[in-house]
Each structure stands twice: as C-alpha cells, then as structure tokens.
Design a protein around this ligand. Structure first.
Ligand code: ADP
Length: 487
C-alpha cells in the first residue's frame, strides 16, 4: 500500500529503528536499521569514545529499502577479540537532529539504552558541527544547538521544551504510572494549540445544595466521577440525573486549568459532544457537571459487547457508532479545534446507542497502558498517533483524522488495543515505518478502505473528516450486505 512507502522528499529526523547485538557472519556484524531524510551520517562510539573506522572495523550499508529512506547495515568487525567486547553506541545525525542507541556486544545479556533528540538546525550549523573532531565534544554541542533552535520542524516544539524531546521515548518502556499532573500537562498543550476557545464569565454556576451525589461512576485522572441528582438545572425539569467530576487536587494551577477547561467545554456544543452544564466552585472539591451517559465509556461498552458474552454488535450498530463520532469530529474540525486524544475510551455511550465525544483531557488511570510517558510528565497515546505526531509532535486536524481511523478499527475489533501484540517501542517502530493495522475480521472492505484513507502517511492525503462522515452515512443507509454474518 502507498502507506508503506516513505515519501523521499519528506524531511525525517534521524531515527534508529534497530540496533542488535553482534552476530557472527563471515566477519562479525552489529546489525542496525536507521531512517532519516536527508540520509543521516553514521558514527560509532566504543565504550563512550569515538570509534575510528578502518580495515578491521567499519560501517557497511547492506540495503536501501525500496522507495523509502530506511537503510539497513552492519558495523563489520573483522576477527574481533575480547578487547572488542563492550558498549557500541550508534550515533546518527542529519540536519534535523540526531539519535543514538547503545548495545552491549558481550554475550552476557545485552543492555540497551537510547537517547534521541530532534531539533532544527540550519545546514550551516550542522556542517560546522560535523567539522568537530571529537565526537563527544560534538554531541555536547549538538545538544546545546538542539535546545536553542528548534525552528523549521514544528513551532509547537519551540514552545514546549519538555515536549520537544519527542524522540526521547525509545528507552523508557511502558510506564503504568499516570498522574493528575500528566493530565494537566496534556490539557495545557491542548490549550496552547486551541487558544481561541476561551470566554470570560460564560460558564454556568450550579449551587452546591442543588447537587446530591448518588454513587461513583468511575475515576479519572482529575478525580472521581459520580452519578448525581441535580436540582434547578433546566427549566422544564425540577431534578435530573447528571455526571459530576470532582477535582481531587486544588492547587492554584489546577484551579486555573479547571477554569479553562470549563470555559472550553462551555463553548463546545454539539449533539455528538457530551453536554456540559456548568461548574460548582463553592468550596471544595471543584465540580464539573455533565449530562449522564448511562452506558459509560465506549471502549468498555465495545468490550462488553464483543463476540463472546452477550451477543455481538451488528455491523449496522458499529457504523452508527462510527458515524456519530465522525459527526462530532466534523464539528471540532470546523472550529479548528484539535482534539489530540481521540480514542474510544474518550467517547461516551447513552441510551439508544447515542455516542458522544466526552473527554478533552489526556490520560485516564485505568487506561494508562494506552499512553506512553515521555520526558517525565508527558503521556502520549502513541498507538492512536500518526508518524508526524510521534516524530515531530505535530498535532493537527489531520492527525485527528488518523486517530479517527484507529477509532474505527477499535469499533470493529470490539475495543481491542491497537497493536496489542506489540510493546510501545515496537508500536512506534511499526507506525513510523508505515505498517498498518490489519483489517479486523468483521470489517467490510468498504469500511477498511475508510480506515486506510485516514492512515495516509502524508497528512494532506488523508480524506477530510467531512467526506469520511458522508461515506459512513452512506454505508449506514445501505450497509454492505454480505458481511452481516454475525448479526
Ligand atoms: P477524566 O477525564 O478525569 O480522566 P473520565 O472522563 O475519563 O475522567 O471519567 C472516568 C470514568 O467515569 C469514565 O471511564 C466513565 O466510565 C465515567 N464517566 C465519565 N463521564 C461520564 C458521563 N458523563 N456519564 C457517565 N459516565 C461517565
């Protein structure tokens, strides 16, 4: 598929896709695969100092992947002895940045560490840096350059130094930890990119005595979510059921974020965005009041309606769910609002299979394995992210379209985790190499074609969400008959 191909003209900061322990061939080989455009320069360190290549040790490029910027090679070691055992660090760099990874080549348990940075430096600076003789000095210089100038790749990187370490993740592994802080971090980024959606004094206030808590519905990163009765909310009803989110942490900055999220939620109003009624800020905890969606989040809903337990959802139901989320996304895109975290866990299901987009923050404790912690507090839903978000932290309406394709895949797999068979690092490798999620067993080819139109590598090639919505609407009206095998 065209997605598997990397457009050669697309600039790609260097990435190390693979670095293995030495294997005996004719001579010994430390295999590696790297990507980058322009083609990255390759250097090695042995036990931390520059490795001088010569007839006995040299880099050999074995293969250029067809129609892609990926190359595979070996560090060839001719008749090595025990003095060659140690840490081999591969350093790749081009004008956009550098990356490094270390492998211990002795046979007792390889250790791998990674350190990758992205930055934008002019070719002139890069050339000047290349001129440096000592690699270690060079690395320090590059690091400094990286911090100073990040222009040319993505303006967002320049704003968020912490976030800019977008390739810092390779050695972190999955971190099940999640905290309100990381969630706040996510929200802040969302606000930075969607600054126009704040209004002063537009948020509706509910009195505390009008809220009567019933029981807990769930726990989010911000705090607990309760079912409650709310009095005097709407003129036509004396009391009604609502879901209230109570903010557990009330630091000054959490209060500010709370206020901003409330302002944002007040502005976003659509039949497929969960209704936000207002806040209660008398004393503590701070509370947000939402419409109650009785079937909870869509991921849990899908899992409980999978093939085994209570009879599966039919194709028509799945298409209906997908169309509603697409409709909410058309609305967000029309406002130029970038969601950044579209996933079934962030959608809610009400009566009659009404589905709404229901969460504009980032992570959630019970789904923490869906996120990948980078550089300390930032958690990323990498399995839902397109290559440009993973590589450059670029989040746009088009990256939301990619995530929508993954949401479609989740729906047709009854809520499986994308790339569930892979670790975070492996998933990142697959996505950035252009591998696609497979067609779910129950998914008609017409629907899989929609997913694939969301997963075009070039953001501009992805089908606009409006057109995807129309395609889904058409399928809801005339579902592909032959596949209704399960229903
Ligand atoms: P947070 O955004 O703080 O992470 P969530 O919105 O994820 O919190 O809420 C946690 C859980 O509470 C969800 O998984 C869902 O089951 C439940 N929940 C949240 N909002 C509602 C709602 N409006 N109606 C019904 N259940 C809800």
């Amino acid at each position: 598929s065209s997605n598997a191909l990397q457009t050669p003209s697309l600039p790609v900061p260097p990435v190390i896709l693979l670095l293995d322990t030495a294997i005996p061939r004719h001579s010994w080989c430390i295999p590696f695969s790297v990507d980058g455009n322009p083609v990255p320069d390759i250097h090695w360190l042995f036990n931390g100092t520059a490795l001088v290549e010569g007839p006995y040790i040299h880099t050999l490029i074995m293969e250029y992947e067809h129609n892609s910027t990926v190359l595979h090679g070996c560090l060839q070691l001719n008749r090595p002895t025990h003095v060659n055992n140690g840490n081999y660090t591969l350093v790749v760099e081009n004008a956009l940045g550098w990356a490094s990874r270390t492998r211990n080549s002795s046979l007792e348990g390889p250790v791998e560490t990674t350190d990758e940075h992205t930055f934008g430096v002019s070719v002139a600076v890069a050339l000047a840096v290349f001129a440096c003789l000592s690699l270690s000095v060079m690395l320090i210089l590059l690091n400094k350059c990286g911090r100073r100038s990040k222009f040319g790749i993505n303006p967002v990187l320049a704003q968020e130094d912490d976030l800019a370490m977008s390739l810092h993740f390779m050695n972190l592994g999955s971190s099940p930890l999640s905290s309100a802080e990381s969630k706040l971090e996510g929200l802040k980024s969302n606000f930075i990119e969607n600054p126009q959606y704040f209004c002063n004094a537009c948020v509706h206030h509910v009195q505390r005595r009008d809220i009567v808590l019933k029981w807990e519905l769930g726990e989010g990163a911000f705090g607990k979510v309760f079912l409650a009765e709310c009095y005097n909310l709407l003129p036509e009803q004396e009391k009604m059921l609502v879901a209230v989110k109570a903010l557990k942490e009330v630091t000054e900055s959490a209060r500010l974020d709370f206020q901003r999220e409330a302002e944002l939620l007040t502005v976003l109003q659509h039949e497929h965005i969960v209704k936000f009624y207002g806040v209660c800020t008398e004393g503590e905890p701070l509370i947000m009041v939402f419409e109650y969606m009785k079937h909870g989040d869509l991921n849990r809903f899908l899992r409980s309606h999978g093939p085994d337990p209570r009879g599966p959802l039919a194709l028509g139901h799945m298409l209906h769910i997908a169309t509603q989320i697409a409709s909410g996304m058309v609305y967000l895109a029309s406002l130029h609002f970038v969601h950044r975290d579209l996933a079934t866990r962030n959608c809610l299901v009400g009566h009659d299979l009404v589905v709404k987009i229901g969460d504009f923050g980032m992570s959630r404790d019970i789904y923490s394995t869906d996120y990948y912690r980078v550089g300390g507090r930032t958690m990323l839903p990498i399995r839902w992210m397109p290559p440009e978000s993973i590589l450059y932290r670029k989040f746009t309406t088009e990256s939301d379209i990619w995530s929508f394709g993954v949401v479609l895949w989740e729906i047709f797999t009854y809520g499986k985790q994308p790339w569930y068979q892979l670790s975070n690092t492996e998933a990142i490798e697959c996505i950035t190499q252009g591998r696609e999620l497979e067609r779910p067993r129950t998914c008609p080819s017409e629907v899989y074609a929609i997913m694939q139109s969301c997963w075009q590598r070039e953001p501009q090639q992805r089908q606009p969400i409006k057109e995807i919505h129309s395609r889904l609407q058409a399928l809801v009206k005339t579902p592909p008959v032959y596949l209704d095998i399960l229903g």
